[in-house]
Structures are given as C-alpha cells and as structure tokens.
Write a protein that binds this ligand. Structure first.
Ligand SMILES: Nc1ncnc2c1ncn2[C@@H]1O[C@H](COP(=O)(O)OP(=O)(O)OP(=O)(O)O)[C@@H](O)[C@H]1O
Length: 260
C-alpha cells in the first residue's frame, strides 16, 4: 500500500471518529466486494474516497453507517461498535440521489424530520432548521416542495437535512454529480468552510476531491490500494492509471513537454 503521512492540516484527537478493522463484505449473490479493509478517520479530517466503478466505495459507506452488516471485521464510531440497523445520529449520509432523502411536503419539514425524531423541542428543531438552511445557503427554499426543486437545490436540501442532525461524521456519495458549475462551486466553498465534522467523500470528480480533501483513500477491487496526501496520490500517474483513473489536469506540470 502507498502511504503518506504528510497532510495539510494537523489533527488532535485521541480516539478516531471511525475505526475499521479487518472489514470484509459479500453481497448475498456475489463473491467478496470488500476484502479486509483497515482504516481510521480522525476528527476534522476530510477524506476523499476514489476508485473506479465497482471498487466498493458505496458498499463501504453503507457498512460504515450500519445499513449493511459486515461479513467479517469490526466498525467503530467514536469507540462504540456499529450495530447494523441501530440508529447512530453521530453519522449522517448524503446519498448519491437526493430523491432518496427528500420526502416531506416542504424543505423545512424535511430538515425538521431528523431533529424531531431525536426528540428535540420545537424551539430547538426550528433553530436547527434555520441554521441548516443558512449554512447551505438555501434560506429562500425553506417553504418549497422538495420535488419542485432543481437537482442542485435538492442536493443542498438533502445536505441541510443531514446537518440538522449535528452529525460528527458526514458521508457524501458523489456529491457533485448532476451539479452545474455554480452549484459545484457553492458546494466546494461550503465543504471547505465546514470544520466541525469529519467527512468521507466518494467522487469521480477528482478536481473537486483535490480542492476539498486533505487525505485520499484509493480503493480498487475491494482493497485499499493507497492512503495519503491527495497531491501525492492523484499526481502519481502510474498509480492512477493502474487503477483506471486519470491524473487531474491541474496536477499536470505546465512545463511538461508535448508528446509528438
Ligand atoms: N445490492 C447489490 N447486490 C449485489 N451486488 C452489488 C449490490 N450493490 C453493489 N453490488 C456490486 O458490488 C460491487 C461494488 O459496488 P459499489 O456500488 O460499492 O461500487 P462503487 O465503488 O461505489 O462504484 P461506482 O463508482 O460505480 O458508484 C460492484 O461490483 C457492484 O456490482
């Protein structure tokens, strides 16, 4: 495995946010999709998870938040084992398709749904809804029906719904898919400014990963192939090409000679 200790930020924490050891998973109709994964995510880290189609990224996320049950191995969130099916408000997942997450008559109701189910008071629920609308920059959308929103607006509404739960780990699956340049840029700024929670972000948009993440994990064939500094991993042409990926354009040296 390629490993780089270098990171653009320093983290201070005794206990990992997420600790995964010996994690393996097989879908009922398939041989193994994840093979003995070990990983620790620390407080405040923004970890990009990259890899070709079918590498196992989404499966890994569904296991991390207790939607799927590991075939082998252990997952701990803040030191406590993840029990499949058990609700853990410390972790929130933003699904690839926001339609999977939005189901209430208004955006505000959707955002309120989680905190209300946590048993928060009406005042606290209202405060969290306002805060989530504000940090995601969608205050004007609060009263709109989610199914009338554009794809980009829906994505921000789905993120707001997750943030209203005050999670300490947020998992984003392909957050830029379907976003135009303006919404993509808004999302980048928002994620760069988010320092409270740790993040796991799967994306094929490698320029986005470079802008947002301070650590990258490269997965392929159910294995973690590399784990380290985003520029070291994404700039490693041989490594990237060996796993069906391309070095992002912004990491191509300007002085590189043209091939004839
Ligand atoms: N419900 C399922 N039942 C059986 N096999 C599945 C199921 N979901 C995913 N798989 C298989 O597991 C493997 C990993 O899929 P997964 O969605 O985790 O990959 P991924 O890295 O997220 O891919 P992508 O980048 O295309 O989203 C793939 O071969 C996929 O076909």
């Amino acid at each position: 495995m390629v490993h780089s200790e270098q990171s653009s930020r320093t983290f201070y924490a005794n206990e990992p946010v997420l600790s995964i050891s010996g994690l393996s998973y097989c879908y009922p109709d398939r041989h193994s999709v994840l093979k003995y994964i070990n990983l620790k995510v620390w407080s405040g880290e923004r970890v990009g998870v990259i890899g070709p189609n079918g590498a196992g990224k989404t499966t890994f996320f569904l296991l991390s938040c207790g939607v799927l049950k590991p075939t082998a191995g252990e997952i701990r969130l803040f030191g406590k084992p993840v029990v499949p099916g058990e609700f853990r408000p410390e972790v929130g997942m933003v699904f690839q398709n926001p339609n999977d997450q939005l189901f209430c008559p208004s955006v505000k109701d959707d955002i309120a749904f989680g905190p209300r189910n946590l048993g928060q008071s009406n005042e606290e629920v209202d405060a969290r809804v306002r805060e989530a609308l504000s940090v995601t920059g969608i205050l004007k959308l609060g009263d709109r029906p989610p199914h009338h929103l554009s794809g980009g607006e829906k994505r921000l509404a789905a993120i707001a719904g997750v943030l209203a739960m005050h999670p300490r780990l947020v998992i984003y699956d392909e957050p830029t898919s379907g976003l135009d340049m303006r919404y993509r840029r808004r999302l980048i700024r928002f994620l760069q400014a988010s320092s409270q929670e740790a993040m796991l972000i799967a994306s094929h948009d490698l320029e986005f990963i470079l802008e947002v993440c301070d650590r990258v994990v490269l997965m392929d064939g159910g294995y973690i192939i590399a784990d380290g500094n985003p520029r070291d991993i994404l700039g490693n042409v041989r490594l990237m090409e060996a796993h069906g990926l391309e070095r992002p354009h912004s990491l191509v040296p300007h002085a590189e000679p043209h091939h004839k």
